[in-house]
Design a protein around this ligand. Structure first.
Ligand SMILES: NC(=O)c1ccc[n+]([C@@H]2O[C@H](COP(=O)([O-])OP(=O)(O)OC[C@H]3O[C@@H](n4cnc5c(N)ncnc54)[C@H](O)[C@@H]3O)[C@@H](O)[C@H]2O)c1
Length: 216
């Protein structure tokens, strides 16, 4: 499954690709066959030249005067994002957020499979969530030795996150999707994507205040 890119692509570009992909998927499901970069840009709130510049880093997609074939571009972006590869994942922390992630059906549709769920709570261990039994966290290290897992998801409280991440790293995991509000630093050993849901909410709250003024 190794798929190292020859030339590093800016993270800002990589972060826009899923947005293009999601929108193209919607267009495709509505039967739209082609779209111009200016239409695509208008719908997504970016400039047409930004889209052309982003996509040109990966190859030649659109045709002048014709635009993009929706199905082709969608498939090409899926490939760039690695959605044509299966990514196997484990999750530590089967609480509120963990269960919501496990039960979300679209990850599987996009090639992300949760293979193991781990927790410390004896009341949760042995419970079935989305067809998998929650296992004792003490079994995680062995599980990683016996299964080739790509991504480890952390939805534990912050105080357990570093311990869990250490087990992931020792177990050979290549990427950590971390929802706990702690910084994980493993320069070079593993890629960490921190998801700060609360920060995103605070940003929205700030923007509401700025645009519409405070409620009082
Ligand atoms: N729920 C949200 O919307 C939300 C939003 C933003 C951030 N977060 C963060 O996500 C994390 C989970 O939040 P939650 O609301 O699901 O909490 P939760 O308390 O419902 O779930 C946490 C789970 O982690 C388990 N756990 C604790 N230590 C563990 C360990 N060492 N190994 C494995 N499992 C362990 C607990 O038993 C529990 O089942 C927290 O760090 C929280 O700050 C949650």
């Amino acid at each position: 499954m190794s798929k190292k890119k020859e030339k590093p692509i800016a993270v800002s570009v990589i972060k826009r690709l899923p947005v293009y992909y999601r929108f193209l998927t919607t267009l495709h499901s509505k039967g739209v066959e082609r779209i111009s970069s200016s239409e695509l840009a208008e719908k997504l709130g970016v400039t047409a030249s930004q889209i052309r510049q982003d996509l040109s880093q990966f190859g030649n997609f659109g045709q002048r005067g014709y635009g993009y074939r929706v199905a082709n571009l969608k498939e090409a972006i899926a490939k760039i994002l690695g959605l044509d590869n299966q990514m196997d994942m484990v999750l530590a922390g089967a609480g509120n957020l963990g269960k919501a992630i496990i039960n979300y059906p679209n990850f599987k549709r996009r090639g992300f499979y949760i293979k193991g769920i781990f927790d410390v709570n004896p009341e949760l261990i042995g419970q079935e969530v989305a067809g998998l039994l929650v296992q004792d966290i003490s079994l995680l290290a062995d599980f990683l030795t016996n299964n080739r897992i790509d991504i480890g998801i952390i939805t534990t409280p912050p105080e357990s996150a570093v311990d869990v991440a250490d087990i992931f790293v020792r177990g050979g995991i290549r990427g950590i999707w971390n929802f706990a509000p702690v910084s994980l630093n493993y320069s070079g050993k593993v890629l960490v994507e921190n998801v700060h849901i609360s920060e995103s909410l605070l940003t929205l709250s700030y923007m509401i205040d700025e645009k519409f003024g405070s409620k009082s």
